[in-house]
Design a protein around this ligand. Structure first.
Ligand code: C2E
Ligand code: MG
Ligand code: MG
Length: 737
């Protein structure tokens, strides 16, 4: 056992000696001081476990020493026992006031002193232990943000622990107006519920636990768990409720955060698919009850993948956030915008009266995309396609409503005029067809089920074939034919046209290479290219590499682009740059289907175009339709003035041929000469000198043209080997096939 050290401060040597003799040396280590200042310095030096202090001391008296001991850090809890005269009650009073623990009166009873000291040391030990455990408890409660409360039925007082007072920023810990005060601390919305629980607990004595909010004086909220039960008291008429309050605000916040994360998209902080579906179901239920409609808008950004690929994901993310912010600003409080994934968003318009109301809103959404987006100092125009479906008109379940809005969105993507489209039942059929077409195309691309047909371009005067246009065909075996006009747009939308277009270029150029060796060195080959291909990355590089690999001069390759792909759209970026690069390489550029689009004179002047192909629709009715004649003539004169070559498309009879020749059209293309035909047939045509025969046909057209047409015979070509038509062609006859 540890020896306790006792500091004895007494100027009387005899007293010190007697104290030493009265205490067992094996248990106590006695330090002696003969005056106040020596006593103090020994106290600071040795930190004794107990001090016996005479009141009357030279230099510093006992009171002063006691005061200074109490003031010091190590002397706060050390027991100090004053030694006083038996009748000196004033000194005893003063000693207690100054913090003395106990006193011993003179004359000292030496036989009891050791008991006395042992008792004081034991009491001091318990006090210290109690203080330590209180401290530990306080520390633990502080960490747990937990405090104790007690509602006393006798005096009606509410006692709160210091932790609770601190947590709630309260001025004190004791409140006279008990239960009312406790209830007043609670958020008004939770008060009734809490009061009922308290009253019930007072009567049934069962433990309770409440999750409630406290409203603090500064208006902030504290989420707490309030637990308690009735304490058994002597006076059962006025029971005591007691318990703990724990601040669980952080826990609640993180729970809320978790719930938020589970229901929101991390990038835009918009509701995600899960929350969207929940809200959609609710909106539909409400609409059903109130006999209203719900409009669902499915919105997909156009060409988002391109933006991501070309400008980087960071810009892509910025764009999505900015789009989300625009939507958020536009919707009403009770509507909802969600991000369904990627660049897909959905807006639920709650309680719509009629389609008109939805339309009005859609126009506002469309307008959001008329303003450019500024992302990392870049200005970007982005378009979006919107599909709309209505509940209950178009669907009976949330899933169906979403599916239909999705289909309508695809329709909107294809539509030229609007950026939005309403769902209709027909759409389902056409969408299913489109989806199966898309799948079919993917497989066909993998299996290489495509081939090219070639249609000659002929000089009307000489009858020479100066070039051919390569036209793609899809070999579907026994299945019904699908023409390029149907599958090319689908391939374009799905991005399949990029690999398909590359295949066409490769195939056409290598075919030309082989003809150069065997037939005609100067023949040109034209391939059709859509905007999506043309403005895709590395188009120019790819064309160059093919020409180089095959050893074909760029001047023999012609690219046909329809007018609408020439009109620079905001989203196409710098299309002029691509066109310029291609023409610098020497590749010729034709505007296909000229007259059907919206190209302007300035474009014709500024773009590096070499040829205009007059659309078949104008050729069809000449010479009978005066307007068409006027249009054709003016296209020809416009082209002459701009130094452009003109090809007439879709020439089907001798009369059209004669007129076009007469108007000065440079080249002719159409069934009258030949349908698009497979390699062997176009080779036969090229080999034959008989094209020149056409010249005489033109010369004698006025008298014999019709008769010749009647005599023409069928070549009956079919895919991959024969031609595709059942119609007859003059050339077929001319070459004797
Ligand atoms: P286009 O480039 O204007 O091609 C002319 C279309 O008219 C061809 O249809 C051709 O078969 C047809 N045609 C030619 N002469 C006559 C005629 O006298 N009478 C009639 N009724 N039709 C005639 P096709 O081959 O079905 O192609 C349709 C369109 O598909 C093409 O129009 C072109 O825009 C596109 N296309 C074809 N092949 C490709 C390709 O490889 N790539 C791309 N991007 N588009 C292609
Ligand atoms: Mg063409
Ligand atoms: Mg055309």
């Amino acid at each position: 056992m540890n020896r306790k050290s006792i500091l004895v401060v007494d100027d009387d040597e005899m007293t010190r000696l007697l104290i030493r003799q009265s205490l067992s040396e094996s248990l106590y280590n006695i330090i002696e001081a003969e005056n106040g200042s020596q006593g103090l310095s020994l106290f600071y030096e040795q930190s004794p476990d107990i001090v016996l202090l005479d009141v009357q001391l030279p230099e510093l008296n006992g009171f002063e020493v006691c005061r200074r001991i109490r003031e010091s850090l190590q002397g706060k809890d050390v027991p100090v026992v004053m030694i006083t005269g038996s009748d000196d009650t004033a000194s005893i009073d003063k000693a207690y006031q100054l913090g003395a623990t106990d006193f011993i009166v003179k004359p000292i009873n030496w036989s009891l002193i050791e008991h006395h000291i042992r008792y004081i040391l034991r009491a001091s030990y318990y006090l210290e232990s109690l203080k330590k455990s209180e401290k530990r408890l306080e520390h633990a409660q502080h960490i747990a943000r937990l405090g104790h409360w007690e509602l006393d039925g006798t005096d009606g007082c509410l006692l709160l622990s210091r932790q609770i007072a601190e947590m709630c920023s309260l001025p004190g810990t004791l409140f006279g107006h008990g239960l009312d005060y406790l209830i007043a601390l609670i958020h008004p919305a939770d008060r009734l519920f809490a009061r009922n629980i308290f009253i019930k607990a007072l009567s049934n004595g069962k433990a309770f636990s409440l999750d409630i909010r406290l409203k603090l004086a500064n208006q902030s909220l504290l989420y707490v768990q309030l637990q308690g039960r009735r304490l058994e008291s002597r006076n059962s008429a006025s029971p005591v409720l007691s318990g703990v309050i724990q601040d669980v605000t952080e826990l609640k916040r993180s729970q809320h955060r978790l719930v938020h994360i589970a229901h929101h998209d991390a990038l835009t902080d918009l509701p995600n698919r899960i929350l969207f579906h929940q809200q959609l179901e609710r909106a539909m239920e409400r609409a059903k009850r109130r006999d209203r409609k719900v409009a669902l808008l499915f919105i997909d950004l156009d060409r988002f993948k391109n933006i991501n690929d070309s400008l980087g994901h960071e810009i892509g993310d910025c764009l999505l956030r900015e789009v989300a912010a625009r939507f958020r600003r536009e919707i009403r409080n009770y509507d909802m915008v969600a991000r369904l994934g990627g660049d897909e968003f959905a807006i639920i318009l709650d309680a719509v009266e009629n389609v008109q109301e939805a339309l009005h809103f859609i126009q506002r959404i469309v307008a959001l995309f008329e303003q450019p987006f500024y992302l990392n100092n870049k200005m970007l125009y982005v378009e979006a396609s919107i599909g709309i479906s209505l509940y209950p008109d178009n669907a009976s379940s949330g899933e169906e409503l979403l599916r239909n809005a999705d289909m309508a969105m695809y329709q909107a993507k294809r539509a030229e005029l609007h950026h939005f489209s309403f769902y209709s039942a027909d759409l389902t059929e056409s969408t299913i067809r489109r989806w199966s077409l898309e799948n079919g195309l993917r497989k066909a691309l993998e299996n290489n089920d495509f081939y090219l047909l070639y249609q000659p371009k002929v000089e009307p005067g000489s009858g020479h074939i100066v070039g051919v246009e390569a036209l793609i065909r899809w070999d579907r075996g026994d299945k019904p034919v699908i023409l390029p006009s149907e599958f090319i747009p689908v391939a374009e939308e799905t991005g399949l046209l990029i690999p398909l277009g590359r295949w066409v270029i490769q195939q056409a150029v290598s075919q030309l290479r082989s003809w150069q060796k065997t037939l005609c060195a100067e023949l040109t080959i034209a391939v059709n290219v859509s905007g999506r291909q043309l403005y895709s990355d590395q188009f120019t590089d790819y064309v160059c590499s093919v020409l180089e690999k095959e050893g074909v001069s760029a001047s023999l390759l012609e690219i046909e682009i329809t007018e609408d792909h020439l009109v620079p759209k905001k989203r196409d970026g710098d299309c002029q740059e691509t066109l310029r690069k291609l023409s610098e390489l020497g590749i010729k550029m034709s505007i296909d289907d000229f007259g059907t689009g919206y190209s302007s004179l300035s474009q014709l002047k500024n773009l590096p175009i070499s040829t205009l192909k007059i659309d078949k629709s104008f050729v069809d009715h000449i010479p009978d339709d005066e307007q068409d004649v006027a249009i054709v003539k003016s296209i020809l004169s416009l082209a002459k003035n701009l130094g452009l070559e003109v090809v007439a498309e879709g020439v089907e009879n001798a009369q059209q041929l004669a007129c076009l020749h007469g108007y000065g059209c440079d080249l002719i293309q159409g069934y009258f000469y030949s349908k698009p035909v497979p390699v062997d047939q176009i080779e036969a045509l090229l080999e034959s000198d008989k094209c020149k025969w056409l010249k005489s046909c033109v010369d004698t057209e006025s008298t014999q043209g019709e008769a010749r047409l009647d005599r023409s015979i069928s070549v009956n070509p079919s895919p991959k080997g024969l031609g595709e038509s059942g119609e007859k062609s003059i050339i077929s006859e001319a070459i004797g096939k």
